[in-house]
Design a protein around this ligand. Structure first.
Ligand code: BGC
Length: 363
């Protein structure tokens, strides 16, 4: 562990997980944040493919926190008007986001799990370096019911997979939707935009949204739309199409309904960067994935600029997220898979970000 400062007297550190293939992940117990992720290209050259800041202060005091690399909870994604009802009681949560002028609760509220100092325990499992993080969210925190105990385990396998295992227990029924918000650029952080990356998503359907980016409640086929990534497409190929949903999202910022999710770890998405050959495969037990193409990262010339950890500016679509999760606004959408965790139950999910490199192109 490398000391990385403190937040209100609580020590914060950086924990490095490494594997034999040369991959390295630096993870902080502040927000359980993936601060850097060094991954080899097809020639073995490492690049840090995760967007993030250099110092703890920038994560902690940045007025604009785009949730770089952070763990998200208690409920990731949006809840319409910050309201939901459970067992006849109405709950009001902070509204900390307002797309299209419609206020909503986003990523756990004003102080979500991304802004908490977690207890950390590094360990080894079957030869892999791992980090277990613990956080207890008190009854009433950010308006949610019940004391929620959360354990997140990161481990870095010899196969190039950074695994994230989530576990949660509660003492009152509560919605729970945990994810990680890493922004990737497989060329390396700060190396321009991600529009040339090739993406595939294993989903025949998605959940279209209204102007507040809240699902309208239907599950619609992606076939014949710019949302169809069954075969690989450049992220930028159709992103400027005048499709209503792309206009509402200012690009891709939607939940894909993953095929064949029966709680088994299966492939959700694959993204390839053709020049470096780096490939990211995302596997998950979750039923959905929010594919966000970094549309709210600053446009060129915007002030103040957003400067990443190696001094390069982060710009519009300079990173993409694949946030594995249940569907947005699930507490208000009876037809979506339920987020409710009850006392006595254990909520478990697993997501893997698995890196490899495609073979060199022979000349
Ligand atoms: C959401 C975006 C939001 C971003 C915050 C993503 O998960 O889908 O709409 O702007 O988080 O940085």
């Amino acid at each position: 562990m490398k000391p990385w400062g403190s937040i209100k007297g609580q020590e914060v550190g950086l924990y490095t997980l490494a594997n034999a293939g040369g991959m390295q992940a630096d993870i902080s117990n502040y927000g359980g944040t993936i601060v850097s992720l060094r991954v080899p290209d097809r020639n073995g050259t490492l690049a840090d493919v995760a967007l993030g800041y250099r110092t703890l202060d920038e994560y902690a005091v940045s007025a604009y926190s785009p949730y770089f690399g952070a763990l998200i909870g208690r409920v990731g994604n949006r809840i319409a008007r910050g309201r939901f009802s459970l067992h006849g009681r109405d709950y009001r949560l902070a509204t900390n986001n307002e797309p299209g002028g419609l206020p909503c609760h986003l990523h756990g509220g004003l102080k979500g799990f991304d802004k908490m100092v977690w207890k950390a325990e590094p360990f080894k499992r079957n030869g892999a370096e791992a980090l277990r993080l613990f956080y207890t969210s008190a009854d009433g925190e950010e308006g949610y019911p019940g004391n929620l105990e959360v354990i997140v385990t990161y481990s870095l396998g010899a196969d190039g997979a950074l695994s994230i295992e989530y576990e949660a227990h509660t003492d009152k029924p509560t919605p729970v939707n945990l994810t990680n918000h890493c922004y990737f650029n497989l060329k390396g952080e700060g190396e321009g935009d991600i529009l040339d990356h090739l993406a595939e998503i294993r989903a025949a359907n998605y959940t279209p949204v209204d102007k507040g980016l809240i699902p309208v409640g239907t599950i619609e086929p992606v076939a014949g739309t710019p949302f169809d990534f069954a075969a690989p497409h450049r992220i930028g190929e159709r992103i400027e199409d005048r499709h209503e949903q792309l206009v509402l999202g200012a690009g891709y910022d939607h939940n894909w309904v993953l095929d064949g999710q029966g709680g088994l770890l299966s492939l959700a998405a694959r993204v390839t960067e053709p020049v470096s050959g780096r490939v990211l495969e995302v596997l998950t037990t979750e039923p959905g994935v929010q594919f966000y193409s970094g549309n709210f990262l600053p446009l060129p010339g915007a002030l103040p600029p957003m400067i990443g950890k190696s001094g390069k500016p982060y710009l519009h679509r300079g990173g993409f997220c694949l946030e594995t999760q249940h569907y947005p606004d699930s507490p208000n959408q009876p037809s979506f898979p339920s987020l409710i965790l009850n006392p006595g139950e254990v909520r478990r999910s697993v997501t893997q970000y698995r890196f490899s490199a495609s073979a060199p192109v022979s000349l």
